[in-house]
Design a protein around this ligand. Structure first.
Ligand code: CP
Ligand code: NVA
Length: 305
Protein backbone atom coordinates (compact mmCIF):
# COMPACT_ATOMS: atom_id res chain seq x y z
CA UNK A 1 0.00 0.00 0.00
CA UNK A 2 1.30 3.45 -0.90
CA UNK A 3 2.34 5.75 1.89
CA UNK A 4 2.56 8.80 -0.34
CA UNK A 5 1.56 12.14 1.10
CA UNK A 6 -0.08 14.93 -0.87
CA UNK A 7 -0.13 18.62 -0.03
CA UNK A 8 -3.48 19.82 -1.34
CA UNK A 9 -4.43 22.13 1.54
CA UNK A 10 -2.52 23.27 4.63
CA UNK A 11 -4.68 20.92 6.70
CA UNK A 12 -3.19 18.01 4.72
CA UNK A 13 -0.55 18.38 7.45
CA UNK A 14 -1.09 18.09 11.19
CA UNK A 15 -0.19 21.11 13.33
CA UNK A 16 2.94 19.24 14.45
CA UNK A 17 3.94 18.52 10.86
CA UNK A 18 3.36 22.15 9.90
CA UNK A 19 5.70 23.26 12.70
CA UNK A 20 8.26 20.69 11.54
CA UNK A 21 8.17 21.98 7.96
CA UNK A 22 8.57 25.57 9.18
CA UNK A 23 11.56 24.61 11.33
CA UNK A 24 13.12 22.86 8.35
CA UNK A 25 12.45 25.93 6.19
CA UNK A 26 14.41 28.05 8.69
CA UNK A 27 17.28 25.56 8.64
CA UNK A 28 17.37 25.60 4.85
CA UNK A 29 17.33 29.38 4.83
CA UNK A 30 20.27 29.49 7.25
CA UNK A 31 22.29 26.92 5.29
CA UNK A 32 21.83 27.40 1.55
CA UNK A 33 24.48 24.97 0.40
CA UNK A 34 23.72 22.67 -2.51
CA UNK A 35 22.23 19.36 -1.28
CA UNK A 36 21.65 15.98 -2.86
CA UNK A 37 18.57 14.79 -0.99
CA UNK A 38 16.55 14.58 -4.22
CA UNK A 39 19.34 13.09 -6.34
CA UNK A 40 17.86 10.80 -8.97
CA UNK A 41 14.36 12.20 -8.50
CA UNK A 42 12.31 14.01 -11.15
CA UNK A 43 9.51 16.33 -10.10
CA UNK A 44 6.96 17.51 -12.64
CA UNK A 45 5.74 21.10 -12.65
CA UNK A 46 2.42 21.63 -14.46
CA UNK A 47 0.95 25.14 -14.46
CA UNK A 48 -2.43 25.94 -16.03
CA UNK A 49 -2.22 29.59 -14.88
CA UNK A 50 0.61 32.16 -14.99
CA UNK A 51 3.18 32.30 -12.18
CA UNK A 52 6.44 34.03 -11.35
CA UNK A 53 7.21 33.17 -7.72
CA UNK A 54 5.81 29.67 -7.39
CA UNK A 55 7.16 28.30 -10.64
CA UNK A 56 10.63 29.76 -10.35
CA UNK A 57 11.03 28.99 -6.64
CA UNK A 58 10.00 25.36 -7.16
CA UNK A 59 12.31 24.90 -10.12
CA UNK A 60 15.26 26.48 -8.30
CA UNK A 61 14.47 24.70 -5.04
CA UNK A 62 14.37 21.29 -6.72
CA UNK A 63 17.71 21.98 -8.40
CA UNK A 64 19.28 23.07 -5.10
CA UNK A 65 18.14 19.82 -3.49
CA UNK A 66 19.83 17.83 -6.26
CA UNK A 67 16.65 16.84 -8.10
CA UNK A 68 15.42 17.41 -11.63
CA UNK A 69 12.43 19.65 -12.40
CA UNK A 70 10.46 18.55 -15.46
CA UNK A 71 8.63 21.69 -16.58
CA UNK A 72 5.48 20.62 -18.38
CA UNK A 73 3.56 23.30 -20.21
CA UNK A 74 -0.06 22.39 -19.56
CA UNK A 75 -1.06 23.53 -23.03
CA UNK A 76 1.42 21.12 -24.61
CA UNK A 77 0.30 18.07 -22.64
CA UNK A 78 -2.41 15.77 -24.01
CA UNK A 79 -4.37 17.01 -21.00
CA UNK A 80 -5.07 20.12 -23.05
CA UNK A 81 -6.57 17.93 -25.80
CA UNK A 82 -8.91 16.08 -23.49
CA UNK A 83 -6.87 13.20 -22.01
CA UNK A 84 -8.39 12.61 -18.60
CA UNK A 85 -6.75 13.85 -15.46
CA UNK A 86 -6.86 10.29 -14.10
CA UNK A 87 -5.00 8.79 -17.06
CA UNK A 88 -2.50 11.65 -16.91
CA UNK A 89 -1.91 10.90 -13.21
CA UNK A 90 -1.46 7.17 -13.85
CA UNK A 91 1.08 7.78 -16.61
CA UNK A 92 3.05 10.54 -14.86
CA UNK A 93 3.27 8.37 -11.73
CA UNK A 94 5.38 5.94 -13.79
CA UNK A 95 7.97 8.58 -14.69
CA UNK A 96 7.99 11.15 -11.92
CA UNK A 97 8.55 11.13 -8.16
CA UNK A 98 6.12 14.00 -7.43
CA UNK A 99 4.14 16.60 -9.30
CA UNK A 100 3.55 20.27 -8.49
CA UNK A 101 0.36 21.59 -10.08
CA UNK A 102 -1.30 25.00 -10.47
CA UNK A 103 -4.83 24.72 -11.76
CA UNK A 104 -8.41 25.97 -11.49
CA UNK A 105 -10.71 23.60 -9.58
CA UNK A 106 -9.40 21.99 -6.39
CA UNK A 107 -11.17 18.83 -7.57
CA UNK A 108 -8.62 18.47 -10.39
CA UNK A 109 -5.86 18.22 -7.81
CA UNK A 110 -7.87 15.72 -5.79
CA UNK A 111 -8.46 13.61 -8.92
CA UNK A 112 -4.74 13.67 -9.74
CA UNK A 113 -3.86 12.69 -6.19
CA UNK A 114 -6.45 9.90 -6.07
CA UNK A 115 -5.56 8.35 -9.43
CA UNK A 116 -1.78 8.67 -9.17
CA UNK A 117 0.73 7.06 -6.85
CA UNK A 118 3.09 10.05 -6.42
CA UNK A 119 2.74 13.05 -4.09
CA UNK A 120 0.74 15.95 -5.55
CA UNK A 121 1.57 19.48 -4.39
CA UNK A 122 -1.00 22.24 -4.84
CA UNK A 123 0.81 25.23 -6.36
CA UNK A 124 -2.48 27.24 -6.25
CA UNK A 125 -6.03 26.42 -7.15
CA UNK A 126 -9.16 28.59 -7.18
CA UNK A 127 -9.76 27.31 -3.65
CA UNK A 128 -6.41 27.38 -1.90
CA UNK A 129 -2.74 28.34 -2.00
CA UNK A 130 -1.12 26.20 0.69
CA UNK A 131 2.51 26.70 -0.44
CA UNK A 132 2.03 30.45 -0.03
CA UNK A 133 0.82 29.97 3.54
CA UNK A 134 4.00 28.09 4.48
CA UNK A 135 6.15 31.03 3.39
CA UNK A 136 3.73 33.44 5.09
CA UNK A 137 4.07 31.74 8.47
CA UNK A 138 7.83 31.42 8.06
CA UNK A 139 7.97 35.18 7.43
CA UNK A 140 5.79 36.09 10.40
CA UNK A 141 7.86 33.91 12.69
CA UNK A 142 11.04 35.45 11.34
CA UNK A 143 9.87 39.00 12.13
CA UNK A 144 7.81 38.33 15.25
CA UNK A 145 9.73 35.48 16.83
CA UNK A 146 6.70 33.22 17.29
CA UNK A 147 3.21 32.58 15.92
CA UNK A 148 0.86 31.47 18.69
CA UNK A 149 -1.21 34.29 20.12
CA UNK A 150 -0.44 36.78 17.33
CA UNK A 151 -3.28 38.51 15.50
CA UNK A 152 -3.22 38.31 11.70
CA UNK A 153 -5.69 40.54 9.88
CA UNK A 154 -6.56 39.61 6.29
CA UNK A 155 -8.32 42.37 4.36
CA UNK A 156 -10.19 42.10 1.09
CA UNK A 157 -11.31 39.13 -0.96
CA UNK A 158 -11.91 35.89 0.94
CA UNK A 159 -10.09 33.94 -1.75
CA UNK A 160 -7.65 31.04 -2.16
CA UNK A 161 -4.89 32.87 -0.25
CA UNK A 162 -7.31 33.77 2.57
CA UNK A 163 -8.45 30.14 2.81
CA UNK A 164 -4.93 28.80 3.25
CA UNK A 165 -4.01 31.55 5.72
CA UNK A 166 -7.08 30.75 7.81
CA UNK A 167 -6.07 27.11 8.03
CA UNK A 168 -2.38 27.77 8.61
CA UNK A 169 -2.92 30.55 11.14
CA UNK A 170 -5.44 28.48 13.08
CA UNK A 171 -3.11 25.49 13.13
CA UNK A 172 -0.32 27.71 14.49
CA UNK A 173 -2.49 29.16 17.28
CA UNK A 174 -2.89 32.58 15.68
CA UNK A 175 -5.97 34.82 15.79
CA UNK A 176 -6.96 35.23 12.15
CA UNK A 177 -9.42 38.09 11.56
CA UNK A 178 -10.79 38.48 8.04
CA UNK A 179 -12.26 41.85 7.04
CA UNK A 180 -14.36 41.62 3.88
CA UNK A 181 -17.77 42.57 2.49
CA UNK A 182 -20.67 40.14 2.29
CA UNK A 183 -20.35 38.23 -0.95
CA UNK A 184 -16.56 38.03 -0.55
CA UNK A 185 -16.46 35.96 2.62
CA UNK A 186 -14.19 32.93 2.74
CA UNK A 187 -15.91 29.62 2.11
CA UNK A 188 -18.07 28.73 5.13
CA UNK A 189 -16.51 25.27 5.34
CA UNK A 190 -13.04 26.82 5.60
CA UNK A 191 -14.15 29.20 8.34
CA UNK A 192 -15.63 26.25 10.24
CA UNK A 193 -12.50 24.16 9.74
CA UNK A 194 -10.25 27.03 10.86
CA UNK A 195 -12.39 27.63 13.95
CA UNK A 196 -12.19 23.92 14.79
CA UNK A 197 -8.41 23.80 14.23
CA UNK A 198 -8.00 26.97 16.30
CA UNK A 199 -9.97 25.35 19.10
CA UNK A 200 -7.11 22.88 19.53
CA UNK A 201 -4.31 25.47 19.41
CA UNK A 202 -5.73 28.42 21.35
CA UNK A 203 -6.15 30.52 18.22
CA UNK A 204 -9.31 31.84 16.58
CA UNK A 205 -10.84 32.52 13.18
CA UNK A 206 -13.30 35.38 12.74
CA UNK A 207 -14.88 37.30 9.86
CA UNK A 208 -16.21 40.86 10.00
CA UNK A 209 -17.48 43.48 7.54
CA UNK A 210 -15.57 46.15 9.45
CA UNK A 211 -12.05 46.63 8.04
CA UNK A 212 -10.86 48.69 11.02
CA UNK A 213 -12.15 46.13 13.50
CA UNK A 214 -10.31 43.35 11.63
CA UNK A 215 -7.09 45.37 11.63
CA UNK A 216 -7.33 46.60 15.23
CA UNK A 217 -4.15 45.77 17.19
CA UNK A 218 -3.09 43.27 14.52
CA UNK A 219 0.52 42.11 14.51
CA UNK A 220 0.29 41.22 10.83
CA UNK A 221 -1.79 42.92 8.14
CA UNK A 222 -2.22 40.87 4.97
CA UNK A 223 -3.96 41.48 1.68
CA UNK A 224 -4.14 39.99 -1.81
CA UNK A 225 -5.43 41.11 -5.20
CA UNK A 226 -9.12 41.79 -5.53
CA UNK A 227 -9.35 40.07 -8.91
CA UNK A 228 -7.79 36.64 -8.93
CA UNK A 229 -6.71 34.75 -12.02
CA UNK A 230 -9.84 33.65 -13.86
CA UNK A 231 -12.05 36.45 -12.46
CA UNK A 232 -11.03 39.19 -14.89
CA UNK A 233 -14.59 39.72 -16.16
CA UNK A 234 -15.69 40.76 -12.64
CA UNK A 235 -12.91 43.31 -12.20
CA UNK A 236 -15.00 46.51 -12.25
CA UNK A 237 -17.52 45.21 -9.71
CA UNK A 238 -14.79 43.91 -7.46
CA UNK A 239 -12.91 47.23 -7.47
CA UNK A 240 -16.02 48.97 -6.23
CA UNK A 241 -17.11 46.38 -3.67
CA UNK A 242 -13.68 45.92 -2.11
CA UNK A 243 -12.53 49.57 -2.03
CA UNK A 244 -13.33 50.02 1.71
CA UNK A 245 -10.95 47.15 2.50
CA UNK A 246 -7.83 48.71 1.00
CA UNK A 247 -4.69 48.38 3.11
CA UNK A 248 -3.48 51.98 3.38
CA UNK A 249 -1.75 54.20 5.94
CA UNK A 250 -5.01 54.92 7.74
CA UNK A 251 -5.85 51.25 8.13
CA UNK A 252 -2.30 50.50 9.32
CA UNK A 253 -2.94 53.05 12.11
CA UNK A 254 -5.49 50.65 13.59
CA UNK A 255 -2.94 47.83 13.73
CA UNK A 256 -0.21 47.46 16.34
CA UNK A 257 2.52 50.11 15.93
CA UNK A 258 5.07 47.41 15.06
CA UNK A 259 2.75 45.50 12.71
CA UNK A 260 4.21 44.04 9.54
CA UNK A 261 2.45 44.19 6.18
CA UNK A 262 2.33 41.10 3.97
CA UNK A 263 1.11 40.48 0.42
CA UNK A 264 1.56 37.27 -1.55
CA UNK A 265 2.25 39.27 -4.74
CA UNK A 266 1.70 40.16 -7.52
CA UNK A 267 0.30 43.43 -6.11
CA UNK A 268 -1.85 46.14 -7.65
CA UNK A 269 -0.66 49.34 -5.99
CA UNK A 270 -3.56 51.73 -5.47
CA UNK A 271 -6.11 48.91 -5.36
CA UNK A 272 -5.83 46.40 -2.49
CA UNK A 273 -2.74 48.12 -1.04
CA UNK A 274 -1.27 51.59 -1.41
CA UNK A 275 2.29 52.18 -2.60
CA UNK A 276 3.27 53.89 0.66
CA UNK A 277 2.41 50.73 2.63
CA UNK A 278 3.79 48.05 0.31
CA UNK A 279 6.97 50.05 -0.33
CA UNK A 280 7.17 51.37 3.23
CA UNK A 281 8.92 50.47 6.48
CA UNK A 282 6.39 47.95 7.68
CA UNK A 283 6.35 45.90 4.49
CA UNK A 284 8.14 42.55 4.40
CA UNK A 285 6.75 41.38 1.07
CA UNK A 286 10.10 40.64 -0.57
CA UNK A 287 11.49 38.54 2.29
CA UNK A 288 8.07 36.86 2.17
CA UNK A 289 8.53 36.13 -1.54
CA UNK A 290 12.03 34.80 -0.89
CA UNK A 291 10.69 32.44 1.74
CA UNK A 292 8.65 30.65 -0.92
CA UNK A 293 11.95 29.05 -1.94
CA UNK A 294 12.95 27.92 1.54
CA UNK A 295 9.47 26.78 2.61
CA UNK A 296 8.89 24.75 -0.55
CA UNK A 297 12.30 23.08 -0.30
CA UNK A 298 11.30 22.07 3.22
CA UNK A 299 7.95 20.77 2.00
CA UNK A 300 9.60 18.66 -0.71
CA UNK A 301 12.04 17.18 1.81
CA UNK A 302 9.11 16.42 4.13
CA UNK A 303 7.11 14.72 1.39
CA UNK A 304 9.90 12.89 -0.44
CA UNK A 305 12.64 11.92 1.98
N1 CP B 1 2.31 34.52 -4.83
C1 CP B 1 2.38 33.72 -5.93
O1 CP B 1 1.96 32.56 -5.91
O2 CP B 1 2.92 34.30 -7.01
P1 CP B 1 2.99 33.69 -8.48
O3 CP B 1 1.59 33.72 -9.05
O4 CP B 1 3.93 34.60 -9.22
O5 CP B 1 3.50 32.28 -8.40
N1 NVA C 1 -5.54 35.23 -5.35
C1 NVA C 1 -4.52 35.33 -6.39
C2 NVA C 1 -3.22 34.84 -5.89
C3 NVA C 1 -2.08 34.93 -6.88
C4 NVA C 1 -0.79 34.40 -6.32
C5 NVA C 1 -4.98 34.56 -7.62
O1 NVA C 1 -5.49 33.46 -7.47
O2 NVA C 1 -4.82 35.10 -8.72
Amino acid sequence: MSTKRDYLTVASLSSEELAKVLDLADELKADRRQRDDLAGMSIGIIFEKPSTRTRVSFEVGITRLGGHAAILNAGELQLGRGETIEDTARVLSRYLDAVVVRTFAQSRLEALADAGTIPVVNALSDFSHPCQALADLQTVREYKGSLAGLKLAYLGDGNNVAHSLLEAGAMAGMHVAVGCPDGYRPDAAVIDLAARLAGATGGSATVTNDATEAARDADVVYTDVWTSMGQEAERATRLGDLAPYQVNAQLMQAAAPDAIALHCLPAHRGEEITADVIDGQQSVVFPQAENRLHAQKALLLFLLT
